[in-house]
Write a new protein. Structure first.
Length: 76
């Protein structure tokens, strides 16, 4: 396991500590959860970009239009 030291403004540190307390976890566990989410989002984006590079733009736009329609939105 690695140790990471980060510098944060005091107010941000206190707010993160309060968030961790509210969630009933340690500040270390909270940061580990944030890191896990960030890595998962990064991995999803990389997979999406790889698929998009191999895909058909028209099909992709139709999928996005269908999602927008399902959520009551229209593409500009």
């Amino acid at each position: 396991m690695s140790v990471l030291t980060i510098r944060l403004p005091d107010d941000q540190h206190e707010r993160l500590r309060a968030l961790a307390t509210q969630r009933g976890v340690s500040l270390n566990k909270l940061m580990e959860e944030f890191a896990t989410r960030a890595i998962a989002e990064f991995d999803v984006e990389q997979r999406f970009r790889a698929c998009a590079a191999r895909g058909d733009p028209e099909v992709g736009l139709r999928v996005l239009d269908a999602l927008d329609e399902a959520h009551g939105r229209k593409r500009p």
